[in-house]
Each structure stands twice: as structure tokens, then as C-alpha cells.
Design a binder for this molecule. Sequence first.
Ligand code: NAI
Length: 649
Amino acid sequence: MSEKENLQNNHWQRVDDDDGIVWLSLDKADATTNVLSYEVLDEFEAVLKQLQTEKPRGLIIQSKKESGFIAGADVNAFKEIKTYEEALELIRHGQAVFNCLERLNIPTLALIHGFCLGGGLELALACDYRVADENPKTKLGLPEVLLGIHPGFGGSVRLTRLVGAPAAMNMMLSGRAVHARRAKKMGLVDAAVPQRQLQRAARQIIMQQPAVSKASGWKMLTNYSPARQLLALILRRQVKKRVRPEHYPAPYALIDLWDQYGGDKKLMMREEAASVARLIIGETAQNLVRVFFLQEQLKSQGKKSLFTPKYIHVIGGGVMGGDIAAWCALCGLHVTIQDRQYESLARVMQRAHGLFKKRLKQPRLITEALERLRPDMEGIGLSRADVVIEAIFEDVDAKQSLFREIEPQLKKGALLATNTSSIPLEVLGEALENPERLVGLHFFNPVAKMQLVEIVSGALTDPEAALQAAALTRHINRLPLPVKSSPGFLVNRVLMPYLLEAVTLESEGVAPEVIDEAALDFGMPMGPVELADTVGLDICYSVAGILSEQLQAKVPDRLAELVKSGHLGRKTGQGFYQYKKGKIEKKRCKASDATIHDVQQRLIKRLLDEAHACLEEGIVKDSDLLDAGIIFGTGFAPFRGGPMFYSRS
Ligand code: NAI
């Protein structure tokens, strides 16, 4: 192999092997993740032009970063864009570079490991071939809709032609990524192989140059009339069930683009750029980009400590403890799970098995994850754990007596965490010799779905313990939000007045359907009445009781009545709504725009007022962290940028 020195290259490294194949590796300078910044694209274009005249045997593009191939376009650049013309120029430049790659008259191949997202996948799509590492960490996707845009570097044009419109549109409209094996099945990659065979497989393909794959038969036909128009109609209907065009225009714009220009590659390319340029300068995309950076801010909370825990011991194998333990094992940690009851542990293992099967797919990986999670009736894991997480009943005496019992057995320096949702840390700490090591790790239900974890510090909590808890949270791919110990912490505290306002409205005679519609119209993922039913009215009642003093809010009698009569919501088949076989029975919402508006004002005002109060009381450090917490903890309309941002604007 010879290394062709290219002194101008900051980010790309070129190595020519003995077969005359060029191996081009992206290693973006001063970054842990590869993204397609202006500079990266410019350098890439220069290399491509060089290869055009050199005509080597082939080109293999790979990444030198352990984290993955390429995470996408540089989202920082989005913030700088102010006009449609600027946006158009940026997108057309990206398209031009990838068109140059596509037109290269030598075989080209993308060698993919880890994440290959957005612009990264669009680059791979412009290659003749793609080979991916079959490890579940490999993820291929076009998540642009989550940022309020759609693929703009030719992705929508090339993907629909490579795998057929139904699979391509599904991937782009949902923003969901697929693993390598699934990608192979749908024709997105030519081979999915174990890591050790990646290079050999890539070389072989370049040497043999098999036919370049593309959608065949009916899959290709879906891109042409009349199938295209029919499918567009169905897709619009499906998208409408999930999001409204006035909130999230991008999926609708993508369907329109494909519907109108899907049959003509060149035209669609031109219109793809125009469509993304329009979206990028819109309010939704700008706010979703803000949310992206809020998420980065939460992630950075976990980088302030170098704590790298290996062994976790969870006490309490109920709904929460069981799922926390399984999640930690899924993320590679060694976990022991302790409960007093054998049946609880059996249920934990059964649920964990389901989770591992769903997420890991491969039998070997499932077995390994199961081996990492051990039921532990006697609490043998307690003394060797780096972190002990308590998740037993929400009862002060029970928790305190457990802490008294376990503290002497903890390893020196071990972190002690509680998943309490309402008991002040100061109260729990009374049972400890060293209350400074106690921190709250408040997970939300269901653990596998809810990304946010509140890191709760009491008056005595050692700041280092809170940083370690945040580091653990990142370790298990969750978003840590530091909060002060105070009733309801941040998320439940802000959510509860909003839910209670909904119950009050219902007691005043407003139909649940109208209340929920007002919230959906604002952009909430679920109406508050349905949410209360889903959480369980008994749980709402109990949390409301704890918070009512602090919030100076009366718990509506209606809630108490429903709980008393055993109507606890979805789980009992009746709450505010009725449920048949778990399916909600809703009537059509018949209300004027004015009524919806008034109800919406009342609901949102309660939420915003409480958010302001939390900020004033210093429950979170600043308004950005508050916005991040409420978006990721409650699903507050992300396209509005968060409650504080919304009330400012
Ligand atoms: P759960 O009632 O489902 O489970 C509690 C488990 O702890 C039971 O399996 C019980 O056998 C076990 N347990 C009780 N005392 C024990 C002891 N001394 N030693 C070992 N095991 C013991 O409770 P859930 O819902 O999982 O709640 C646990 C904690 O998580 C509570 O503090 C709750 O406030 C908090 N939380 C609950 C959420 C939820 O949605 N359920 C959400 C967030 C936090």
C-alpha cells in the first residue's frame, strides 16, 4: 500500500492499495463524529476531480471514526442560513458534489460501520455499491424530517429508485434508521457482513464489479404514473394521522415533491433543492434545529465526569426497577436485579428478553445481554456495584429502612441513586451516614421510550455524585437533566397543573374530545385527558395530592370520584374515556375554532406559568435546560422550540 500525501487535506486520507484501489477515509479534524461541513465537502470534491483524471481501479469510501461513517450534514450551518437563496446555494453545492461522485467513471463503494445518517447516507447512495457492518450499532437512515426538512443532497431521488418508493418513502417520512441486515433485505446495501470481513468484501466487489442494484419490477413501477399518484394519496393520509401540515410541513413537502416530479430524475433533483431551501428557512425547521442543539446541551451534561460504571445493582424489580435494569444490560453494563419476590424477578427476566429480542435481533447478542442481567434475591451484587439504584415502593419508611440496611455494604465510592418520583432527597438522606452520596435518577415510564432522566440533587448531594449520575445516564444513551430536589422535580411539576386544568375543564362540562383536540391543535403528542387515562388516574391522583400544596392547586373532586369508583383509565377499561379491548372510544370533536382556542389558552397558560415558576425557583439552571427538559420529558410541541422559547416569541 502507498499513502499518497495530500497536504491540503485536513479531513480526508487517501491510501492506494496494490490492486490500484483508492481507499479514502474521512476523519474530520477536531471532531469525534464525521459531519459534512463545507470544508469536508470541498476537500471531497477536490479528491473526486483528481480521481476523474487518474482513473484508478476503484474508490472505497470509509470512516476513520470509531463512532461511525457520517452522521449527516453539519447542522451548525443551518443556523447561519437566513435567506432562501443562501439555502439553495448550500444544497445545490452538496448535490453537485454527490453528482460528481455518481458520475465518476470507476466503480465506487461506501464501506459503512456505525451510523450512516442524513447526508452520510446520501453520499453512500451516490456510490455504485454499499457494504455495511452487520453489528447492530450500524444504522442507516434519513432522519431529516426530524429537523423539519427532507433529504436535499439527492437522497429522495436516489433512494426511491434504489429500493422502490414504498420502502424509501416510509424511511424518509418516519426518519427511522435501519440495521445493516434489514438494509440488505430491502436492497439498500449490497452486503451486510461481520466487521472482520468488511474490507475483503469491499475489495471483492470492486474487483468483480457485479451489476449495480436498483429497484426492479413493481418496486420501480411505483415511481411512475399512475401508481405514484395513488401511493402519494395513501401516504398523505397516513402522515395526516401522525402530524398536521401546519405544524410539520416537511413530510407533506416530500410527498408533493415525489408525486409531482418522481418520474423525472433531473427535474426531481432540481425541485428537491428548492423544496428543502423553502423548508429550511421556515419556523418549524428553525425551531427543530434549536431542539437539536438543546438535545446536544443535555448530552453535554453527561460529559462533565469521566465516571465509567461497569456494575449496576438495582433494588426493586417492579415496573421501573425491572425496566431500568434491562435497559442498562441492553446498553452493555453488568447488572444484578434484586427483589424480595421471586415472581417479580421472573417477570423482569421475561420482559428483558422481549426487549433484547426486539432491539438486538441476533441470537448471540441476545444471549450475551441476558448473561449481563442477573436476578439476585440475596443482593450479592450490592457490594461490588459501582452504582446502586433503588426502585422499591414509593414509601418513605420502606426506602429509609432499606438505605439503613444497605449503606454499610456499599463499595467505597459507589454511587447511591433513587428513582423516587416524589420523596425529597433530604428526607431519604436522613437514613444515611453519608447522605452526600445519594442522588436521584428519575427515569420515566416506559424506560425504553422516554429519553429524559432527571438527575436530582438534594441540599446535601455532592455535586460530583450528580455529575457521575449524569455520566451514567449518557452511558446508557439517555438524556440527563440536572434538577433540584423539590416536589415533582421539573417534569411532573410542570405537567401536573396542565393535567389538572384539563380535569377542571371537563368538570365544567367541556367534552374530553374538545380538550384533547385543543392540545393536539397546539402540537402536543397526546391530549391531556387521554394522557391522564393512559398514565392511570390513581397515579395522577396520588402525584397531584403530593404536589397540590406546593402548587396551591386544589385537586378536582372529579378525579377523586373516578378513582373511588375504580375507573382508573385505560388499564381498567374506563376513565374519562371508555376503552374496548384497550382501544379508546372517542366521539367526533364538535367545537368551534373559538372554543378550541379558549380551551387551548387555558391549558397552555397553566403549563407556561408553572414553567416560569420553576425557573424562578431555580429548579433548573436556565431556560434552555428547562425547554429541553419539557420537550424530552413531556413531548411538548417540539416545533415550538420549548415553553420558555414559545412564551418569549
Ligand atoms: P412497583 O410497585 O411496580 O415495584 C416495586 C418493587 O419493589 C416490587 O417488585 C417489590 O417486590 C419490590 N420491593 C419492595 N420493597 C423491597 C425491598 N425492601 N427489597 C427488594 N425489593 C423490594 O413500583 P414502581 O412503579 O416500579 O416504582 C418504583 C419506584 O419508581 C417508586 O419510587 C416510584 O415512585 C418510582 N417511579 C415510578 C414510575 C411509574 O410510572 N411507575 C415513574 C417514575 C418513578
